[in-house]
Ligand binder design. Structure first.
Ligand SMILES: *Cc1c(COP(=O)(O)O)cnc(C)c1O
Length: 402
């Protein structure tokens, strides 16, 4: 008899985006004349940078010629992309070995797949609210999960509490959905906690490129001394270079990082991840890796930064009007997300309904990101400038009448 993984039965049905889509469709059907402004998008909308497109076109041409055709590549990525990532990290003061970099089809897969190399006996510690993938992938393994509360009092940046005993800690900085980013001092506290407890930090840096170059906020956990003994970092070209549909990311596993198995045997996590990837993954397309390499070239970085500036300007425009309306919000400065408090103590879904029915604006209910997200709402800067301005004008003109 085949048994299924019963842990899947413990997952909450993910109604969030399906519910949103359903409500929006019903509203549009009832009001075909209303133009809906979508400010809930968690996806980039600007096209790929021209140098990325050129590099991929060139790679396609290479694939079409016998002399330059390529089949399977190295599972952990091509050397040229490792070199580009090493150089990129140097720009924020981190020295990596090329063997520490594993190219993948994105940070979501890596966040989920990394669970393979850890024992199910580990206790997991997650920020709340946060990207739901960390929770769900660990529920699938039946692991015990603890939560640390993100609230205005801690700027949505929980720091370690010695009374909490956890083995694997997920940090997302800048955070999706709150936009909050840990300072160097706060990351030092996490590294100290991890070392004291022999824990591992899984650090999701998907939004690091939204931190300005002259901002001292860390772009990588490896800017903190000692992190190489207790952290793994995931990053992605998705939000950095608009690769959400192109698919490329990377995970950094320090060469010296080791922990014991339950039988007492000490093992290197880099070796384990290499074994895992070479066994279960066959690499990212050559064409895509050439595109990613181009995104990290000086010209590519400039073109990608221009897109990020565009999204952040949308956030600035949103923030200006929320300020004028006296609505409290967080984020937007180091991320494409504005995390706003629902006015008058409203619940997330009630506020969603109000925005949709009164203003034809769609956002994301904060409660979809964790218990602590209740009463909050996520707006994103990923829309067009025109839509962002129009949406915020609607709020500015009508908000005091709701
Ligand atoms: C968008 C996002 C990612 C990126 O996932 P990809 O699979 O690389 O597209 C990872 N982590 C967080 C928190 C995100 O919001």
């Amino acid at each position: 008899m085949a048994f299924v993984n019963g842990n899947y039965g413990k997952l909450k049905e993910s109604y969030l985006f399906a519910n949103i889509a359903e409500k929006v469709a019903a509203f549009q059907a009832a009001h075909p004349e209303r133009k809906i402004i979508r400010m809930g998008i968690g996806d980039v909308t600007l096209p790929l940078a021209p140098v990325v497109v050129d590099a991929m076109a060139k790679a396609v041409a290479e694939m079409g010629k016998k002399e330059t055709f390529r089949g399977y590549g190295p599972e952990q990525g091509y050397g040229f992309l490792h070199d580009a990532v090493v150089k990129y990290y140097t720009s924020f003061g981190v020295t990596l070995d090329t063997k520490e970099i594993f190219i993948s089809d994105g940070a979501k897969s890596d966040c989920g797949n990394i669970t393979d190399i850890f024992s199910d006996a580990n206790v997991i510690l997650l920020p709340d609210p946060v990207y739901p993938v960390y929770n769900d992938t660990n529920v699938m393994r039946g692991r015990k999960i603890l939560f640390m509360k993100g609230r205005p009092e801690n700027d949505f940046l929980p720091v370690p509490d010695d009374s909490v005993k956890a083995d694997i800690i997920y940090l997302c900085s800048p955070n999706n959905p709150t936009g909050a980013a840990y300072s160097k001092e706060q990351l030092e506290q996490w590294v100290a906690y991890a070392k004291k407890n022999d824990a591992i930090i899984l650090y999701d840096a998907a939004y690091e490129a939204f931190i300005d170059e002259d901002d001292a906020t860390p772009r990588s956990i490896f800017t903190v001394a000692g992190a190489e003994d207790c952290a793994i970092e995931m990053c992605s070209f998705s939000k950095t270079a608009g690769f959400t549909g192109t698919r490329c990311g990377y995970t950094v596993v320090p060469l010296g990082l080791k922990r014991k198995a339950e039988n007492g045997r000490e093992m290197f996590l880099n070796k384990m991840w290499l074994r895992r990837q070479t066994t279960k993954f066959n690499g990212v397309p050559y064409i895509v890796q050439r595109g990613a390499e181009a995104a990290l070239s000086p010209e590519g970085l400039e073109q990608c930064r221009a897109n990020i500036r565009y999204y952040k300007e949308n956030c600035r425009i949103m923030g200006e009007i929320l300020d004028a309306l006296g609505i409290r919000y967080y984020g937007g400065k180091r991320s494409p997300y504005i995390w706003m408090q629902c006015p008058n103590g409203m619940k997330s879904w009630d506020f969603f309904d109000l925005l949709l029915t009164k203003f034809a604006i769609v956002g994301t209910p904060g409660s979809g990101f964790g218990t602590m997200g209740e009463g909050y709402f996520r707006l994103t800067g990923f829309g067009s400038r025109e839509d962002t301005v129009e949406g915020m004008e609607r709020l500015k003109e009508g908000f005091d009448r709701v």
